[in-house]
Ligand binder design. Structure first.
Ligand code: AP5
Length: 216
């Protein structure tokens, strides 16, 4: 089971990765989370990517490709946040080919611009364990406190209105050609992601023949 999740900021990639990895018992690789951890640790990689992320810009391809290469082995995966342009898609293809691997589908989570603004402006994440909430759609049991670890819930720096706008512009610039890339390879599946998370999950899962237990 190898799935690539594509979609705009706020389309629900991170949310679906958590549900899908649990369902299929495969590893989730969320590039944004990996990079944010590096920034938090003040690592050399974190230092290189911090400014791009704060500004809502893409980190240069050569940096992120190395991170992906390190994280892909011959196990299954759900990949979130990579690729974001055709050059990254080509790089991913070559990484997989070199490891004699293939992937099943590229799932595009399709959301309206209004929906992603509502989702991103209301998103809260746990400072400690990174769990994801939404003030209205998926609130924590106690306001501002993570259900899982009791950590403080905060707003991501790049969820401020001016940065959300920039991320949307960056996404639109690259998205059509990236979708064409996977459409031409007969790998693209488009899912209406304006619906509730459970419905989106069901729409994704029906594209795969694997039963829950066959993947264990
Ligand atoms: P990254 O962290 O990947 O950000 P993103 O792609 O902008 O996506 P988000 O995490 O904002 O949204 P999401 O689609 O995961 O939505 P979520 O599930 O959280 O990347 C951050 C930065 O890292 C980039 O800007 C760039 O700088 C850098 N970077 C990353 N990858 C890179 C690459 N390949 N190349 C170069 N640079 C790269 O949901 C959002 C909210 O909505 C949550 O509150 C959630 O609870 C809620 N929600 C989700 N689904 C639903 C639903 N169905 N119904 C109701 N609410 C929902």
């Amino acid at each position: 089971m190898r799935i690539i999740l594509l979609g705009a900021p706020g389309s629900g990639k991170g949310t679906q990765v958590k549900i899908l990895t649990d369902h299929f018992k495969v590893r989730g690789i969320s590039l944004g989370d990996i990079l944010r951890q590096e920034v938090k640790r003040n690592s050399p990689l974190g230092g290189k990517v911090k400014e791009y992320m704060q500004e809502g810009l893409l980190v240069p391809d050569e940096i992120v490709s190395l991170v992906i290469e390190e994280n892909i082995n011959n196990e299954g995966f759900i990949l979130d946040g990579y690729p974001r342009n055709v050059s990254q898609a080509e790089k991913l293809e070559s990484i997989l080919n070199n490891k004699n691997l293939s992937f099943d589908k590229a799932i595009y989570l399709d959301v309206s611009e209004n929906m992603l603004i509502t989702r991103l402006s209301g998103r809260r994440v746990c400072k400690v364990c990174n769990a994801n909430y939404h003030v209205k759609n998926m609130p924590s049991e106690r306001e501002g406190i993570c259900n899982i670890c009791g950590g403080e819930l905060i707003q991501r720096n790049d969820d401020k209105p001016e940065v959300i706008k920039k991320r949307w512009v960056v996404f639109q610039k690259e998205n059509a050609s990236l979708m064409d890339y996977y459409r031409q390879r007969d790998k693209l599946v488009i899912v209406d992601a304006n619906k509730e998370a459970e419905e989106v999950f069901q729409a994704i899962v029906k594209n795969f023949n694997y039963g829950k237990h066959s993947c264990l």
